[in-house]
Design a protein around this ligand. Sequence first.
Ligand code: PMP
Length: 298
Amino acid sequence: MDPRVKIWFVGAINEGIAMSRTVYVNGAYMPEAEGKVSIFDRGFLFADGVYEVTAVVGGKLVDYEPHMERLERSLKEIEMDWPCSREELKAMHMELIRRNKLDQGWVYMQITRGSADRDFKFPKDTKPTLIGFTQVKNLVDNADARTGVKVITVPDLRWMRRDIKSVMLLAPVLGKQAAAKAGAFEAWMVENGKVTEGTSSNAYIVKDGKVITRPVSNSILAGVTRRGLFKLAREHGVEIEERAFTPEEAYAADEAFLTSSSNFVMPIVEIDGKRIGGGQPGPVTRELREIVLAEAMR
Ligand code: PMP
């Protein structure tokens, strides 16, 4: 083999670009190059849709049911029905894992209100669009988790229904790009002087052994990882206080971390250029990452 091909191949795997990935579009599996939706799709024109991202570890879905509960709620809030039965949706997830031989990474799925002539009102008798694909990522032995990551704060520019897992992600895109420009992993969004959450994660600080995080409301997405963390923390005697905190409190915290399905528990060692807890992942964060990972690998 031409060595350049080999380098590209390894690079593609490392980048999580599974070659000739099989994707799902409206009932059919196909090579990703053939996966297409209409330019009139309301997801494309109006961001009129919702999504879920479920982690995969050892070829198995992690916390699948809580993701589907949240999906049900998102669909209900935007007055949409399920596009297929729950069994069919689960079969899609499993089949995508099987066809792509996915060991670690995630399954992404998105449902939109289908394609119709451009009109803000809901179209009549239009079938929803359902798509799914996999992405490869080393979730367990994650290099970032060993060192901890940096975050910056940005204004929260989002709408008022952040509890719905909507595909309308422009504000998070801008926030994440600002973070990337600043050499940071994530941006924590701030509203009325308090941190709401990360662009694609929930936000936590640790002070005097106690974990502090914002309560769920319309201001944040109720993370599935957050929910699992609460249960496991309780079992391990780690106290969690649900309240909003300011960036200044975060700068002075002993530890900080974020949670999401694609990062589990990710230690944070710097916020807005200020070192947290001596610049090392803290003991509470490390313990929580371990117990959340152990549960995911069960
Ligand atoms: N908040 C936001 C805004 C997110 O996009 C995500 C990622 N889906 C999360 C929190 C974390 O949620 P989960 O643990 O369910 O991935």
